[in-house]
Design a protein around this ligand. Structure first.
Ligand code: URA
Length: 197
C-alpha cells in the first residue's frame, strides 16, 4: 500500500476535533504521490463532504478550468486542504481545528515532497505567509529550502468577483514558468529567495 493510502486510512479514523462528529466523509486530498505542485485550499464544502474528494463543487469546477488554462490536468497535481472535514454550514475553520489537523497536512507534504506549494485563499496562505495580506502578495512567490511557495486567491472568491477572476487566471498561468525555472535551477524573476527565516 502506498504511503499516502496508509495516511488516508489514518485520517479517516481521526477524532482530534469536533468536526469528526458532524462530517459525512473525511476529505484527505487527492493526486499523485510524486506531484510537483501541491495546491492547498481551505476546507471541504457540502459537495466534498458527500464525496470525500477535494474541490468537486462549483469552486472545484473553476479550479479545473484554471488548471486546464495553465496546461495542467487535474490528475497531474495534488489538491488538499488545511482542514480535512467540513465545518458545519461552511463556517470558517476555528484555530483549534486548524491545529488539530496540521499534522495531516505536514505528513502529506513530507510524503509528496513537492517542488511548489500553491496556497488558495487566506487559511493556507496564513501557514506560509503569516501576517501578509492576500491582495498584496497574490501572484508572488518565495523560495525557501528549495520549495517555491506561491499565494493565490481562493477560486470560490474569484468565481463571484470579476476583478479577482482576472487576477487568479493570471496568477495560475505563472505556475508553469515557475516550475520550469526550478527544474533548470534558474531563479525566475517571479521568485524572491527568502533568507529571513
Ligand atoms: N473549498 C476549499 O477550500 N476546499 C475544497 O475542497 C472545496 C472548496
Amino acid at each position: 500500500m502506498s504511503s499516502l493510502t496508509l495516511l488516508y486510512n489514518e485520517i479517516a479514523q481521526c477524532e482530534k476535533c469536533g468536526l469528526s462528529k458532524t462530517r459525512t466523509m473525511v476529505v484527505p486530498g487527492e493526486g499523485p504521490e510524486d506531484a510537483d505542485v501541491l495546491f492547498i485550499g481551505e476546507a471541504p464544502g457540502w459537495h466534498e463532504d458527500k464525496q470525500g474528494r477535494p474541490f468537486v463543487g462549483p469552486a472545484g469546477k473553476f479550479l479545473d478550468e484554471l488548471l486546464a488554462a495553465a496546461g495542467f490536468k487535474r490528475t497531474d497535481v495534488y489538491i488538499g486542504n488545511v482542514i480535512k472535514c467540513r465545518p458545519p454550514n461552511n463556517r470558517d475553520p476555528l484555530p483549534p481545528e486548524i491545529s488539530a489537523c496540521k499534522q495531516w497536512l505536514d505528513r502529506q507534504i513530507e510524503i509528496i515532497s513537492p517542488r511548489m506549494i500553491v496556497t488558495l485563499g487566506r487559511y493556507s496562505m496564513a501557514r506560509y505567509f503569516p501576517g501578509k495580506s492576500i491582495s498584496r502578495i497574490h501572484g508572488t512567490a518565495v523560495k525557501r529550502d528549495g520549495i517555491i511557495y506561491f499565494a493565490m486567491y481562493h477560486p470560490a472568491a474569484a468565481l463571484h468577483q470579476f476583478s479577482l477572476r482576472k487576477a487568479i487566471e493570471e496568477d495560475m498561468r505563472k505556475i508553469p514558468r515557475l516550475l520550469e525555472d526550478t527544474a533548470t535551477g534558474r531563479i525566475s524573476d517571479l521568485v524572491r529567495e527568502d533568507r529571513e527565516r
